[in-house]
Design a protein around this ligand. Structure first.
Ligand SMILES: C[S@@+](CC[C@H](N)C(=O)[O-])C[C@H]1O[C@@H](n2cnc3c(N)ncnc32)[C@H](O)[C@@H]1O
Length: 255
């Protein structure tokens, strides 16, 4: 049962080994540079904390831009890859509960990773944990796909999300539990195929906003991408910014 697979089993040594694709895919400069520019702007001269920092795809260039970055990450193999590349302070643990010393002006969680928390309670806890780490007026930024349920015809519970280069991606949906499992198939030249699977809890933008409010945030902005593109009914993902009020009282609600 895929749902029973723990995230640290998914993000194992093999996944960590294959994660980095320097200069290509999600590591391409045209993907990373706008993220780093926007995150540096949102940090406003303060410190940043990345939840689920992975191998440092975003954190390393952000630190090189002059923003002090700290990370929380569940997978030791992913952390090993990060440590081999850069001296970024990191704490091993679950982003919904792990505490890091100090206060930050920015916490960010990108690449759909809030979906890796499989219950609504854990996702709300993740917002609360972001709030705990922020100074008054600090921001929590989330990059997340819009659930694609409009593409799912009645009676069908799977959607192809990508093809090409010997790869096939299929999402299977459990619309009652608000879960999907992303299946990534990679084909070799013969009969063999490699499969990796990642269960996620998909979240609607409106639900995300409510989670933010439960943790004491106000929604500040939502765009379709990192360059400020307009978020519309056709947008497939969003970059949402939540902000704590400058007042002290807002912080106590998150504790
Ligand atoms: C798609 S990768 C993203 C890594 C990095 N943020 C990036 O953008 O390249 C997802 C990461 O989330 C981590 N992860 C999953 N669940 C987590 C949790 N509950 N707490 C902390 N990290 C988690 C995985 O170990 C993995 O490194």
């Amino acid at each position: 049962m895929v749902e029973g697979v723990r995230q640290d089993e998914i993000w194992d040594a093999e996944a960590a080994e294959r994660y980095d694709t320097p200069g290509a895919g999600v590591f391409a400069p045209e993907v990373v540079a706008p993220m780093v520019t926007r995150l540096a702007e949102l940090a406003g001269g303060g410190r940043a904390l990345e939840f689920a920092i992975g191998t440092g795809r975003v954190a390393i260039p952000l630190a090189e831009r002059g923003v002090p970055v700290t990370g929380i990450e569940l997978s030791e193999p992913m952390l090993d890859r990060l440590r081999a590349k850069a001296a970024i302070p990191v704490v091993a643990g679950d982003m919904a509960t792990t505490r890091v010393e100090g206060r930050f002006s920015l916490v960010y969680l990108v690449y759909n990773t809030i979906g890796n928390l499989l219950t609504q309670d854990e996702q709300v806890e993740c917002f609360r944990n972001a709030a705990r780490h922020l100074e008054p007026g600090g921001r929590f930024v989330i990059e997340l796909g819009v659930p694609e349920l409009r593409r799912l015809p009645p009676g069908q519970d799977a959607l192809v999300f990508g093809t090409g280069d010997g790869a096939l991606g299929v999402d299977t949906y459990d619309t009652v539990r608000q879960h999907l499992v992303s299946h990534h198939f990679t084909f070799g030249s013969g009969r063999e195929a490699r499969l990796s699977r990642c269960p996620q809890r998909y979240v609607w933008p409106a639900e995300l906003d409510l989670m933010g409010r439960l943790a004491g945030f106000e929604p500040e902005s939502r765009h379709a991408d990192w360059t400020g593109g307009e978020f519309t009914a056709e947008s497939r993902s969003h970059v949402s910014v939540y902000r704590l009020p400058p007042a002290e009282g807002a912080r106590s609600r998150a504790e």
